[in-house]
Design a protein around this ligand. Structure first.
Ligand SMILES: Cc1cc2nc3c(=O)[nH]c(=O)nc-3n(C[C@H](O)[C@H](O)[C@H](O)COP(=O)(O)O)c2cc1C
Length: 311
């Protein structure tokens, strides 16, 4: 799929997936994604153009549909003739017409993939004739679905329910995770947390260090009632948890970060105690900051060795 060498996707990640990361991924033989995330539209266009100029391999875009101007983001990517779209966090049906119109104009195959967290959404994506779904489990970093289904349980149920390819995400950081995903029936994997800690990720150095220093119990799914997000249980995370334990309102939780942008505080300013460090449970396995090329090389080499050890 997508004309890539290895069936690995560098996950779309807010404040992380700029051109440098997507280019490094594309040049390492996996799929790179420029992530619209919180980027202003002009920045998004620039990052796509930079990637076009520098990437030797395939790349696409990730657009979370919860962005108020998601349709503007899609328009930018369409004007830049992007042919691989990963969408998430919203109802894909509302953009079906614009995607199909784009495909017609492109005059070549358009790949459209949506991130889902349950079987019902996967079936909807199949009805919309999407090319694949990313089945993202509860262990994943960043925004989660409300269903709290783990990757181990979600992937095989989605594989059994739909005929389109399933890409596994959530808790995959090395060759063992890749092999396990294939055993569950996935045709590819999407890796977030490990690439978030890569040299080419746009995150502040303190954020990357925090991932490397984190252990297995370091994260928690917070904001469960209105915007489930997996993040580190740092000073900010602990305060959110404390308020949630008291059934505080969404407004009280929002007031914890006066700028209204807790992830920006951590990702851009490096305040990894008072900001939201969005990261997955697999952070405990990420031991160093490496280049994307090194990570891909390690995973692909280890893959054969681990496979040969299977009973
Ligand atoms: C820092 C960070 C930011 C993320 N931002 C986005 C995003 O903008 N859009 C999206 O679809 N998913 C986002 N995700 C989820 C990833 O795309 C991916 O599915 C997830 O990280 C996979 O799980 P893992 O972290 O265990 O590898 C983000 C994840 C992280 C860690």
């Amino acid at each position: 799929m997508f004309g890539i060498e290895y069936p690995i996707i560098q996950a779309g990640m807010t404040r992380t997936g700029f051109s440098e990361l997507a280019t490094a991924a594309a040049n390492a033989g996996i799929l790179g994604l420029v992530s619209a995330g919180a980027m202003p539209l002009a920045t998004f266009r620039d990052e796509i153009r930079k990637t076009k100029n520098n990437a030797r391999g395939r790349f696409g875009v990730n657009i979370p549909l919860l962005r108020e101007d998601a349709e503007e983001c899609i328009k930018v990517a369409q004007e830049e003739e992007i042919d691989i779209f990963f969408t998430s966090a919203g109802n894909p049906a509302r953009i079906e017409a614009t995607m199909r119109e784009h495909e017609q104009k492109l005059g070549r195959k358009l790949y459209w993939v949506h991130v889902i967290a349950n079987v019902k959404m996967a079936k909807k994506c199949e009805e919309l004739k999407m090319d694949a779904v990313v089945a993202e489990g509860f262990e994943a970093g960043g925004h989660n679905g409300f269903d709290e289904i783990t990757t181990m349980c979600l992937v095989p149920q989605v594989v059994d329910a739909v005929g389109i390819p399933v890409i596994a995400a959530g808790g995959i950081a090395d060759a063992r995770g890749v092999l396990a995903s294939f055993a569950l029936g996935a045709k590819g994997v999407q890796i977030g947390t490990r690439f978030a800690a890569s040299v080419e990720s746009h995150l502040h150095e303190n954020y990357k260090r925090a991932i490397v220093d984190a252990g297995d119990t370091a994260t928690m799914l917070l904001k469960r009632r209105y915007n489930p997000t997996r993040m580190l249980l740092n000073a900010y995370g602990r305060k959110v948890k404390e308020l949630e334990d008291r059934c505080a309102s969404k407004e009280e939780i929002r007031a914890l970060c006066p700028s209204g942008d807790p992830m920006g505080l951590a990702a851009e300013l490096g305040d990894i105690e008072n900001g939201a460090v969005e990261v997955g449970q697999i952070c405990g396995l990420v031991k160093k900051i490496q280049s994307v090329a090194e990570i891909v090389d390690e995973i692909t080499k280890e893959y054969e060795r681990i496979k040969s050890l299977l009973p």
